[in-house]
Design a protein around this ligand. Sequence first.
Ligand code: MN
Length: 476
Amino acid sequence: MTPNVPATKTTYLPTIGIECHVQLNTKTKLFAAVGNDARGASPNTLISHICVGMPGALPVLNEKAVELAVGAAFALNSQPQAFSKFDRKHYFYPDLPKGYQITQYDQPIAKGGYVEIEIEGEKKKVGITRVHLEEDAGKTTHPEGMDFSLIDLNRAGTPLLEIVSEPEIYSPAEAKAYARELWLVMKYAQVTDGDLYHGHVRFDVNISVSDKPGMLGTRTEIKNLNSFRSVAGAVEYEIKRQAELLEKNEVIVQETRGWDEVKQKTTPQRQKEEAHDYRYMPEPDIPPLKLSASFISKVKEGLPELPSSIRESLSELQVDPKVIEDILDREELLDRVLEVKRITKSTEHTRRVLFQLLDDPDSLSIHVKDQIKVLEMISIGELSSTAAKAVLKERIKIEEDPRLIAERMNLLQISNESELEIMVREVLADNPTAVADVKKGEAKAVGFLVGQVMKKAQGKANPEITKRLIKKQLDV
Ligand code: MN
């Protein structure tokens, strides 16, 4: 027991499971040939007789959604099920006009798998229970002070993948790491565009605490979290709230709670008076989904490179792992880094462009050929990294060869040895004291002499070559 915790206080072990809804990156809805991207669309413009549940309307399964779900299964280290089926799950909500959601119940498209996370250098696998396809509902809004509600069905029928984790997460940090890794994996697998802001990836977090190892306490569910920070915040708050209730011998109510981002606390939403009776029944309008071995293997072969393999291939850069995670969060920048790596096959260029892009993401707008030209000029000593920054900035503004830009801006370094040798000779003759110091072994004096050559060269002497030439002429 840690000293700052009173001896009487019980230790409570949290257990956390996370359900994640991922919006699939399809052009159209799960069962209707209607546009899927509701961002910026006027309410109720992306709907059809299928989305609004007109009697007799027949849903048709979107093949692309199936393909993405199969890809997701492999990305989650799972196997897609050759046989799965759809079921009706009944709710009575105003934004669900059919009165039921089409989802998968006892035969989901994937079972098992895991997501690997890293906490303080320790790797850990969080198990996946199941992955299933389902449609989203519409959206209800309650205008303030009005006696009516508004329904927008644009989102009704949007294809979702629900990914359910095993309750194998035990801290806010693990919950956050799991949420981010799952998001990254789904984004890199191109299953989703990963737009967190528009709720294209959302997390429902189940949390309980218990003072008896191996025994689970009463859980609460915090729904619809759409940032990794709010996942961590909600978990942290709930662990504390539940432990405090138990400490006071109070009862934890099994309920759904919401997350108040401003107050950083959870608030009760609705209690489960009894287990929901969803009256599951097989969906009669959609035949069971049977996937051929060739379909499955084709999807597997076409799977894009995933974060784990990208981390592996960038490990040769020997940069701080945090830098790699930063660039992984920004896929468009990472793509350029990998492109430079592929074209130049140079670790030095790849490392340099990684830092350049993080430092100035706008340089992504430059053609990759020009970006590589700048990298090559640095590596042969024509540009200092400071001068390279200026060249890149200018190149973003105007379409011009980087070398011409460097010349025009007078940024090219003098790397010509015979030119530098003359300057070095002059500087050595003018500074006998520093020369004597260098011969005595004072390293600082070398720096001083480099500075003098730099002055003579108006700041454009290549410092490395200059240093080498000084040492050579003084024979040290
Ligand atoms: Mn769901």
